[in-house]
Every structure is written in C-alpha cells, then in structure tokens.
Design a protein around this ligand. Structure first.
Ligand code: RM4
Ligand code: MN
Ligand code: MN
Length: 397
C-alpha cells in the first residue's frame, strides 16, 4: 500500500471526528462562591442554539447540541416541538439528552438512591420521560450523571443504594427503543464528599452490564483522582465493548471543567491514541459520542468552545500520526525507547497546519478563533443580551 501523506492521514481522521457541544456551556455559570456574569451568555434555548451554530459554522465539526432536560426542556416532551423548530432554523441537531436529578430540593439525599421510595419513583419518572424526549427528538443517547452519595460515614446504606441504582437503571434500559443508548457517567466526589453511588468506571461498568446491552460507560475526562491512568480505563472499556463516549474538559485538581488540553494535552493525546489503536486493529472506528462538558466562568463562552474543538482536532490528528505498524513491531520485541518514540514523535509534530489545510479545503476558516473575532457576532449578542443577562442567571450545579 502506498504511504499516505500527513495531509491525507489528517483529513481522513478529521472527517471522522464529530464533537457535540453542551447547551450549558453557553450559559452563565459560576463557582460555589459566586458568578461572574458575561453579557453575551446565552439564556434561552434559542440563544444556545444560535451560539452552537456559530461554533459549528466556524469549525465544521459540531453538528449536535446536548441538552439538560430541566434547563432546556423544562416541559419535557411538551418542549420537543420547540427544539425541532430550532434545529431547522439553526442547522444544528439535538444531541444527547441529560436528565437532571440533582437540582430539585427533593433530591437532597439522592435521586434513584434516595431512601424515600416516593423520591425514587419521581426520579425514575423523570428518567423515563427523558428517554421519551430523546426518542421523539431522534437523539440516540441518554446521558446519565447522578449526584447521589453521602457526606458522612454510616449515614447511608451503600449496598442498599447500589441495589436501588441497579433496579432503576434496568427500568430505564427497558424504556429504550432499539438503537437508543444509555450512557452511565461516574465521578469520584462532588457534590457528595464521603461516598458517591457511581464513583468510578468499574461501578459504571457493572451497572451498565446489569442494565442491558444498550448501556455504556461515559468517561468525563475530569472525573478521576489525581494521576489515574485514564487511557487504560479507555482501553479496557473499549475491549469490553462498553465505552459509550466522552465528556471533554481538562482539570488540574478536581472536576475543574477547564478547556480541553489546557492543562495536560499529552493526556488527551494518549486517550486518542488508545481509541485509534483499537480502530486500527479492528479495521473500524468504535461508535463513540465525543461530547464537550465544560464550564467557562472567565473565558468567553463561544471562544472557549472553539478553543476546545480546535484542540481536540489538533490532538486527534497527532494521534492519527502514530506509526502503528512500527509501534506493533516495537511492542512485540520490547524495544522500549523505539516504541515510546512512536508516541512522542507524533505528539511533537505540529498538527496545526494539517488542521488548517483540512479546514480550508472544506471551505471553513483557517483560524476559527480569528474568524469569530472578525465576524462581529460577539458584539451583536453582547448588545442584544447584555441588560437581560445582568438580571437573570441560568443555574448550574
Ligand atoms: C457533572 C457532570 C455532568 C454534568 C453536570 C452539570 O459534574 O459532569 O456530566 O452534566 O456536572
Ligand atoms: Mn460530565
Ligand atoms: Mn463534571
């Protein structure tokens, strides 16, 4: 087979990478201590669609938008027609549907893990309605994150809650239509600081297996303890055929929700490498949902989103440049330095011109960040939304 050029490798890799944007990443969010409001932040669903459409227009990589039911479709299935109309107007489709089981007062001691059967039933009803919302929107994935846990030793029955979780997830799975998937996200701590019901990938995997074949694990890159080997988790989940997708963000300490690759780009590269290695060996890319889950309090929301998408593209291309044939040979012969250099050489390659070439060949701006700055969109929305934004704040967990 003829050697492919870097340009060809990059183009083939980028054509495969679609990244879903989170509606909540365009809204005003904050820290536990306060919110610094941005005049240009999106408040309405229409504004979130409009902002996501900008990112898609400039990067060519973001055809779908994820929703949090409570924040975006508070009327549940009643709001589906409104979303469909906006899809048509903005050329962005509905992506994953995120039930919200952490904000209501009744969830103080948990949702499907709550000792009160009435609260568990309400949580289950919301989960089922979220599946219906997804089905009516033609969304494949229901993305589940539970804040459930406890703050002090002895205050909750850990195994009992595990059983309640297994029961609820099984019932959600029953509601799925063929082709739909439920993604189970894990997180070690926050808001619960003693135990979290789905704290790590092993718990998420066990619950997914028990729920059924359409349940998969969602890896949020910010939901691990320090120095945990995330790419190994990814490799194992791929091998188990249970990796559903990602929430992209970066972190230095905990669930910091910083822009992707801002702290540790090599970590993201290593994850991408494992995925592409798997695809190379199988001759087909795994069916994964690549989603952004970030919260930008200080960076401009649309700019931060463009930054993350472009960083993902650059790191995805670097991973595609790993010489897999050579690497396989070095691994088999335990040529350690040569094997490692397959990764470091690819990582050190400047992939920015390759991404730029791909973009311009597809009629996209060479630099989406500069194009955004020049478009005047930010000035327009700042003018239009400024006054209202100072008065109303979108809530955030
Ligand atoms: C959580 C988790 C969820 C996200 C919420 C807002 O930490 O990452 O995916 O939907 O935050
Ligand atoms: Mn997440
Ligand atoms: Mn998170």
């Amino acid at each position: 087979m003829a050697m492919r050029t870097h340009e060809e490798i990059a183009a083939a890799a980028l054509d495969q990478l679609a990244i879903e944007l989170p509606s909540w990443g365009f809204a005003n969010t904050g820290t536990r201590f306060g919110k610094f409001l941005q005049a240009a932040a999106a408040t309405t669903l229409e504004e979130k669609f409009a902002d996501a459409a900008q990112v898609h227009r400039l990067t060519g990589a973001c055809p779908t938008l994820a929703f949090h039911v409570l924040w975006d479709l508070p009327g549940g299935v009643q709001d589906v027609s409104r979303v469909k109309a906006l899809e048509g107007t903005h050329g962005v489709r509905a992506g994953s549907i995120n039930p919200n089981l952490f904000q209501d007062q009744r969830y103080k001691h948990g949702s499907v893990g709550n000792p009160d059967p009435a609260v568990r039933a309400e949580a289950l009803a919301h989960l089922r309605e979220s599946v219906d919302v997804a089905r009516q929107l033609g969304s494949r994935d229901i993305s589940l994150w539970f804040a459930d846990g406890s703050n002090y030793p002895g205050t909750q029955h850990i195994r009992q809650r595990k059983h309640w979780f297994a029961e609820a997830l099984g019932m959600v799975h029953e509601r799925l239509a063929p082709g739909q998937r439920m993604l189970v996200e894990y997180k070690p701590f926050e808001p619960a600081f003693y135990h979290t019901d789905i704290a790590d990938w092993g718990m998420a995997l066990l619950l997914s297996r028990e729920a059924g074949p359409q349940a998969h694990v969602l890896v949020d890159t910010g939901h691990h303890y320090q120095s945990q080997n995330i790419e190994q988790i990814v490799a194992w989940l791929l091998d188990e055929q249970r990796l559903g997708g990602f929430h992209f963000n970066d972190r230095r300490y905990a669930d910091d929700d910083l822009t992707l690759g801002s702290i540790d780009p090599y970590q993201v590269f290593r994850i991408f490498h494992e995925i592409q290695q798997f695809a190379w060996e199988r001759g087909a890319a795994p069916d994964l949902a690549y989603m952004v889950d970030q919260s930008h309090n200080l960076k401009g929301k649309i700019e931060a989103m463009i930054q993350t998408v472009r960083t993902a593209q650059e790191l995805w291309v670097k991973a595609a440049l790993v010489d897999r044939e050579a690497l396989a040979g070095h691994q088999a012969a335990c040529r350690l330095v040569e094997a490692e250099r397959c990764l470091t050489d690819a990582f050190a390659t400047d992939s920015r011109p390759l991404v730029t070439a791909w973009a311009t060949a597809r009629g996209l701006p060479a630099d989406p960040f500069v194009a955004f700055r020049e478009s005047g969109y930010l000035e327009t929305i700042t003018r239009e939304r400024g006054d209202r934004n100072l008065a109303s704040v979108t809530s955030y967990a």
